[in-house]
Write a protein that binds this ligand. Structure first.
Ligand code: 13P
Ligand code: SF4
Length: 354
């Protein structure tokens, strides 16, 4: 639906008043009405780099979710202030690994005698606390666009990887991209004593996967892949690696949001695509590529938007921009210095991956 013209005008005026003092970042899963005001759009890897590359901007308005704003704060200078237009824009996956649970897990690995040879690799979609844990234990952060390189690096440092919090990205990367078997992976359940694993299982495993998942991507099913292939003969199925392993195994292509966009950009006219990722992005891509005679459909019409990404809407963005223009910094996301130090080490390790 078209945006309220009054709000559009107010967003424009506030941005103009702020000029170069503000830099607005928009994740690909954001609403159209918000993307319209983003100075740059990207997946979480690209946005982390873009935030770090703007030291002159006094304010970074992050249109995305909480862990992304934290990462931006960690990677920007102390003088820069990061603003999240709605503090309720969290991520259910990031919430599945708390600092206490992960500390307990490390104790379990220590008791099993495997902590010394285990390297933590944490998905960007995690809190600053988890990133700091990762940095403290010599690990790295990864995103969906560099998970394979991160794992290859980790296996040069140690024998095992503790991958958190997305079990699907961990399993898909290990099995699909690196030739491991599903049996090389075990799942650590933070709600069970000892993670629900025996000492022997921990010793035999190469990948210890945290029991977390994305509540949006986790809903695509093997059935949705079968159904779309029947409905659209010749369709190419392209999914995000946060989808379940069986979905990824049945798909034709797998990749991060930036990879999905690049694949469609390079696809020939007349080709047909079913995309398994967040709906705001798929809708925009369907519209953009319809003009180039490429048919783009959503993989499963029963899957809905990421509700927390959608929390950031035009009214919240206008409020944040107008507040900044009036000299009031609202909804600042600020990671404490001790957490920041170790989390930055883990993030910089990722940015330095070949
Ligand atoms: P990417 O931005 O790395 O593709 O991750 C997808 C996602 O779920 C972000 O919340
Ligand atoms: Fe979190 Fe999934 Fe939403 Fe991304 S799409 S913010 S991983 S719940």
């Amino acid at each position: 639906s078209p945006s309220d013209p009054d709000l559009v005008a107010r967003a424009r005026a506030a941005k103009e008043a702020l000029g170069d003092r503000v830099f607005v970042l928009g994740h690909h899963y954001q609403r159209d009405e918000v993307i319209e005001f983003a100075d740059v759009t990207g997946d979480s890897f690209k946005l982390a780099r873009d935030a770090a590359a703007r030291p002159e901007a006094e304010f970074i308005v992050f249109c995305g979710v909480h862990f992304m704003a934290e990462s931006a704060d960690i990677l920007t200078t102390d003088a820069q202030q990061v603003v999240l237009p709605d503090l309720a824009a969290g991520c259910s996956m990031a919430d599945m690994a708390t600092a206490e649970q992960v500390a307990e897990c490390w104790d379990v690995l220590t008791e099993a005698g495997v902590a010394g040879t285990t390297v933590p690799v944490s998905y960007m979609n995690s809190s600053a606390d988890i990133k700091a844990f990762t940095g403290r234990h010599g690990g790295t952060i990864c995103t969906s666009s560099n998970a394979r390189r991160a794992l290859e690096w980790a296996f040069e440092q140690g024998e095992k990887v503790l991958f958190l919090p997305d079990q699907h990205l961990g399993r898909n990367t290990a099995v699909r991209d690196m030739g491991m078997t599903p049996e090389d992976c075990v799942v650590y359940n933070p709600h069970k004593p000892g993670g629900g694993l025996t000492t022997q299982q921990l010793r035999d495993a190469r990948m210890i996967l945290w029991r977390g998942h994305c509540s949006v991507h986790g809903r695509f099913s093997l059935e949705s892949v079968r159904e779309v292939r029947e409905r659209i003969p010749g369709v190419n199925v392209l999914v995000h690696p946060e989808c379940k392993h069986e979905v990824v195994a049945a798909a034709d292509h797998v990749g991060s949001t930036e990879h999905i966009i690049r694949t469609l950009e390079e696809a020939p006219a007349g080709s047909k695509w079913a995309i398994g990722t967040e709906l705001n992005l798929v809708r925009r891509l369907a519209l953009r590529y319809a003009a180039q005679d490429k048919e783009v459909v959503f993989l499963d019409r029963t899957v809905c938007f990421c509700s927390t990404m959608n929390r950031i809407d035009l009214p919240h963005l206008v409020w944040a921009l107008e507040s900044l223009a009036a000299g009031r910094v609202v909804n600042r996301i600020q990671v404490d210095p001790e957490t920041e130090r170790y989390a930055r080490a883990a993030l910089e390790r990722m940015l330095a991956l070949p």
